[in-house]
Ligand binder design. Structure first.
Ligand code: MTE
Length: 390
């Protein structure tokens, strides 16, 4: 009863006028009202933006696929837009027949399409010692998930006749100025690694390695070499700068762990999350993402009391190996302060650790592989902030 809502009673111009023609945007773009949803750089994180990261806005995304324009970016030496007609992939080393492939050579081979997450080993790096960043975009946004299309690396290795007895490792090399190389052991290379040109149904974006990148499911992002130009087969790891000096885990006893590639099971609530404000007590859908570099997600539990009690969330299909899994759970907020957490379990039975459990093994000096349970505090005002609960 009352005057009625003018937004219902009065016809707006968009209901009484001619709309825009087809192909006004030959390549579609988001609504002007969605302009706030952007990849963002963390000011002051690195000295130059060419050796930096732009984080994915996880708080604004639905389902499990990251729109290509919001896929996180991490470059060591800036990105390039390489002419595919000029691009080549060489396979050499312990092979019967070293070969140089053009993009045309590669794209006529039998291809596959697979959905996988990619997470930088440094995701959540700033939170080892204490709370450092306000939002899930900055705490977990070095994470994206796409459908990748390409040829299995195993097909190319067979094509070159790799040495099955002595060929124990491959080295992947990028064509940018950063001399990015990573060793991958042969059993993984022959398993599910792709030499990919496609991302979400179209060619890779330049920022993500156009025209060719390695897809190494379950493994930290640094091994997903972009602008891929060379694969060498060898009999031992190369211990290149990006695996012997960088991307190593500082341990509490002063030693460093090398080649810790797998991204262990992890999850995070994306809504409600840091920087958001609840609009009053009552019903909310708590939603988030879970993933494991070792396979499928088996279960996600959610706590609204800082980890004292847990309820099991709904996993939304598809639940795929080494892929993001979306979870949802009903929640009625009583208007009081509380702490929200999610805890994922993968198909190996591994349970995502609390931050103090992780610190007991790994200390606080590390950068890489922080997969701790994330806590979001909801204040009585409805404001949500990043906290650490032990
Ligand atoms: N490959 C090359 N050639 N150069 C790079 O700087 N960065 C690596 C990896 N591959 C990098 C690269 C790192 S550290 C990560 S986390 C991922 O690419 C990021 O991939 P994205 O930019 O597509 O998100």
């Amino acid at each position: 009863v009352g005057e009625g809502d003018p937004a219902i009673l009065t016809l707006p111009p968009h209901s009484t006028s001619l709309g825009k023609p087809v192909a006004a945007n030959p390549y579609g773009v988001p609504s002007k009202y969605e302009g706030n949803l952007q990849r963002r750089e963390s000011p002051g994180l690195t000295r130059v933006s060419q050796a930096s990261v732009a984080f994915t806005p996880l708080q604004g995304l639905f389902g499990i696929i990251t729109p290509s324009g919001l896929h996180f970016e991490r470059h060591h030496q800036g990105w390039q837009d390489i002419d595919p007609a000029q691009h080549r992939l060489m396979i050499n080393g312990l092979v019967k027949q070293p070969k140089v492939y053009t993009m045309d050579d590669l794209m006529r081979l039998p291809s596959v399409s697979r959905m996988h997450f990619i997470e930088c080993g440094a995701n959540t790096a700033m939170e080892w010692g204490n709370v450092a960043v306000p939002t899930v975009q900055y705490s977990h946004g070095m994470l994206s998930c796409s459908e990748f299309t390409g040829v299995p690396l195993s097909v190319l290795l067979e094509d070159c006749g790799f040495d099955k007895k002595n060929g124990k490792f491959v080295l992947a090399e990028g064509a940018d100025g950063s001399s990015m190389t990573r060793t991958i052991d042969m059993s993984r290379a022959l398993d599910d690694v792709l030499v990919a040109w496609g991302m979400n149904g179209e060619m890779l974006r330049p920022e993500n390695g156009y025209p060719l990148r390695l897809v190494v499911p379950g493994v930290q992002g640094v091994s997903w070499v972009k602008w891929l130009r060379r694969i060498e087969v060898g009999d031992q790891p190369w211990a290149s700068k990006d695996e012997a000096v960088h991307y190593i885990d500082a341990m509490p006893d002063g030693s460093y762990r090398q080649y810790t590639s797998i991204q262990e099971c992890k999850s995070v609530i994306t809504t409600p999350s840091g920087g958001q404000t609840l609009v009053g007590q009552g019903f909310y859908n708590i939603t988030g993402l879970a993933w494991s570099g070792r396979g499928r997600i088996k279960r996600v539990d959610v706590s609204a009391d800082g980890g004292r009690t847990w309820r099991t969330a709904r996993l939304e299909g598809p639940v795929l190996p080494k892929c993001l899994t979306r979870f949802n759970i009903d929640w009625v907020w009583d208007g009081g302060p509380c702490v929200l957490q999610s805890r994922a379990v993968d198909e190996t039975g591994y349970v995502q650790p609390k931050i103090n459990e992780l610190r007991a093994v790994r200390g606080t000096r590390s950068i890489y592989h922080n997969n701790a349970i994330q806590s979001w505090q909801v204040a009585a005002s409805g404001e949500v902030s990043n906290v650490q609960v032990y």
